[in-house]
Ligand binder design. Structure first.
Ligand code: ASP
Length: 429
């Protein structure tokens, strides 16, 4: 059986078992014990194995990507295209989300009694998040991207810092004379190979890990919340589906020059990993492997685009933020003008860029967006109960967006095309 089929089986059985346990034995002691001592730990071990590889993987793949792209002008071009694609796809996603939420008005149907009950139930959690930090977006945000100590950036999992160091390291490496650079390049290539093997180890555990993660979630999930927030959840999920099936498919077809069906079929392992881990960072290892092995993206392009994408490109998160801000504005009776909605789009895109690729990474920033447009930030308590479910869905789109960017950049880099042709014939023009 292929790996993605096994993962899918883990996902499906985990979901069925979890939902059944939740429905048939609500709050039962044994369900909690199974979740706490079996399913949870297995899921966490899988997640941690993946996260363990992220720092060396980002360093090795970005450094080799930059060095492999070679001359700095070409690097500038690739970087510019990559960032432009990130912004374009995120803006499209957010605008789509806002259009849907304006049309459906899910917030208008929330009665004040439901609103107060939800606010009350999740208030403590929302406050904790706020203390955890709504970092302001200021000039320091940009200054601090440059780490004074790359090792500390690595130790603290400061991915932007590691990315900054690796980009510069790779650029410097590319400027050395060939025979001086070669030993180090060989060493880093070996490091990348080792990390890929580590990822293979982790992925062997994936079907069980995914079962565990999904079981814990579904067995504890407050399904009754869907009655109250169903329309909102529906709008987010419909927006994500539309963005994937229509927008990203069109981008893959017209900017990437590939058959969307082929793209989605081959991306399966990444999508399933993203859905079950809710973390772009944890999915990065799988994503690089999928891009190279399934989509034929040349390693320098995959190594350059995907680590950047995991931190900077979050289509799903941008869409979700836009929908949530408007939903809460509707629920609190705050009227947002068209101009304010344009601000919501801009802030959603920027904060999606700034959000960390971990479960719930965007929530503190989302509170900042709410405050900026005059919606009470503690209102986030209303949607916290369904957030993990939506996190799984938006992370899937985040990761798909990264892959589509890699396909696009691979196509524009003509030297790279040879590898792509081996995997898939181009579409007839
Ligand atoms: N969980 C998301 C990710 O890792 C970030 C978020 O939207 O909270 O991509």
């Amino acid at each position: 059986m292929k790996l993605h089929s096994k993962i899918l089986l883990g996902l499906a059985t985990g979901a069925v078992a979890g939902v059944a346990a939740n429905a048939l034995a609500p709050g039962a002691q044994w369900v909690r014990l199974v979740a706490d001592y079996v399913a949870g730990p297995v899921g966490q071990v899988f997640l941690r194995l993946l996260l363990m590889t992220v720092i060396p993987l980002v360093f090795a793949s970005l450094t080799l990507g930059v060095a492999g792209i070679g001359d700095l002008r070409r690097l500038g071009r690739v970087g510019g295209r990559t960032l432009a694609y990130f912004v374009l796809s995120s803006v499209l996603a957010t605008v789509l989300g806002l259009a849907l939420v304006n049309a459906v008005q899910p917030g208008a149907g929330i009665g004040s009694a439901t609103r107060e009950a939800l606010l009350e139930g999740y208030r403590a959690q929302a406050e904790g998040m706020r203390v955890g930090g709504t970092r302001g977006l200021g000039i320091d945000t940009f200054v601090h991207i440059v780490p004074i100590n790359p090792l500390r950036a690595a130790v603290e999992m400061d991915l932007l810092g590691v990315i900054c160091f690796s980009l510069l390291f790779g650029a410097a490496l590319a400027l050395l004379p060939e025979e001086r650079a070669r030993p180090l390049v060989r060493g880093i290539e070996a490091l990348a190979d080792v990390v890929l093997k580590l990822i293979d180890f982790a992925m062997r555990l994936a079907p069980y890990g995914v079962f565990g993660l999904v079981f814990v979630l579904t067995s504890r999930f407050g399904w009754h919340l869907l009655e109250q927030l169903g329309v909102y959840v529906g709008v987010v999920v419909a927006g994500l589906l539309l963005h994937g099936l229509v927008t990203l498919s069109l981008l893959v077809r017209f900017l990437g020059g590939r058959d969307p069906l082929w793209f989605w079929r081959r991306a399966r392992a990444s999508l399933l990993t993203a859905f079950s881990t809710s973390s772009s960072n944890a999915t990065l290892p799988t994503n690089i492997a999928v891009a190279e092995r399934e989509l034929g993206v040349p390693p320098p392009v995959a190594g350059f685009v995907l680590p950047l994408g995991a931190t900077l490109n979050m289509n799903g998160t941008a869409l979700y933020e836009g929908v949530t801000v408007l939903f809460l504005a509707q629920a609190f009776g705050v009227d947002l003008s068209l101009a304010q909605q344009v601000v919501v789009v801009a802030l959603s895109v920027v904060t999606a860029i700034g959000a960390a690729g971990v479960p719930g990474g965007s929530l503190p920033l989302l509170m900042g967006v709410l405050a900026a447009v005059g919606v009470p930030p503690e209102g986030i308590a209303i949607i916290l109960g369904v957030d993990r479910l939506l996190d799984m869905c938006r992370t899937t789109l985040n990761v798909a967006g990264d892959l589509s960017a890699a396909v696009y950049v691979a196509r524009t880099e003509s030297a790279a095309l040879a590898t792509v042709e081996q995997v898939a014939p181009p579409l007839a023009a």
